[in-house]
Design a protein around this ligand. Sequence first.
Ligand code: 2M8
Length: 419
Amino acid sequence: MEARPAVDDAALGHEALSVLDANWTGSATVPAPGLYPHQWSWDSAFVTIGLARHRPDRARAELLSLLEGQWETGMLPHIVFHTPEAYFPGPAVWRSQDHPAAPRVLTSGLTAPPLHGLALWWLYRHTGDAAFVRRAFPALAAQHAYLAGARDLGGVGLAAIVHPWESGMDDSPAWDDALAALPEIRYGYRNVDLDERHPDSDHDRYVWLALRYRNAGYRPEYLRDEHPFAIEDPLFNGIWLASCQALADLAPVAGADPAPHAEQAERIRHALLDRLWDGCFYARDLRGDRLVRICTVGGFGPLLDPGLPAQHVATAVEVLESARFMGATGYPVPSCEIRAVQFDRTRYWRGPSWVNTNWLLRHAAAVHGLDSLGHQLTNGTLRLVRQAGFRECFDPFDGSGRGCRDFSWSAALTLDLLA
Ligand code: 2M8
């Protein structure tokens, strides 16, 4: 375990801002230098949240620069390529420029957890900047309309992810079976970037899925009728629900009608409970027509909903605090339940703790007035970054850092946790 000199809150905050300054390209914040040299969608939402109090101008610029990548369909892509920096899969894979609805700036063709409504709400709460709300609101309403239209593949009010990259939890064990059901693909090459990021994952299938969608012209009909990977994920939908509620709250500021956003949130809540709940929230594989019975940190996403019935809140929190999750590890919150055979404390979204999911759960704790859980999440997360720095993720047992260093959302959300 790396030892770092003890840092007090002021020094930690200062370090966090330095990381974010170094990762700011002049128009956006990259998740980390080197490994992730472009703008990622939900990373930018977390950066917006973290900077809201400290650098509101930059927080606004971050969100606007991401919105430059929005397609006319309303789809907000998971990566926006503002510069020609090498990255795989880059613009040559996505070919966004060939799509009539794509913007001028090059982007990926997939989307990401729709946290941006909540980020805008956060920014408004800390700045009171109504003009900015009026400016950004229509784009986020369009993002939600895209999800409700093109992504409700199960027809019940939830948005489906069509690629593991859309979940933000790329190699979560929740996608293993759906990936294993795909044809065996052998492109016969190893990709250095993907190898470094996911040493043991099935890159060929990831790339194959992305190419199939691209070759189908990113058409919603293709997703509905043919695409072989479609999953209703509780984290993606829990975040979407929170963003719908955020837009309902912000609608009067933006001069819009709150009702459709509040109704959308209701629809998502009912569908989450009907379709994904069975003692905890699981993902549902639409192609295999079954619940994926592995409990991951994503299963706590619906706790972001203030309207989640009390007994569901209590049961989910019991699981979260049990020896399946936080109760057994020294640090919050392992990305997969530790009793699962797939749990691996060293592998990315298959075990390690992440600052962003800790922050989301800490927000959820605040939403439900769960003060002691909130303190545990705040203190445990600050302990991780104090000891190991702003790493991409952390070993949940000994707190050692994993993945890349100087990771933007770890720094940004630390700033928020310190406030
Ligand atoms: C990871 O995702 C990228 C692909 O988009 C990767 O695996 O290389 C995930 O942790 C994702 O949640 C995150 O947005 C991205 C950039 O930080 O990295």
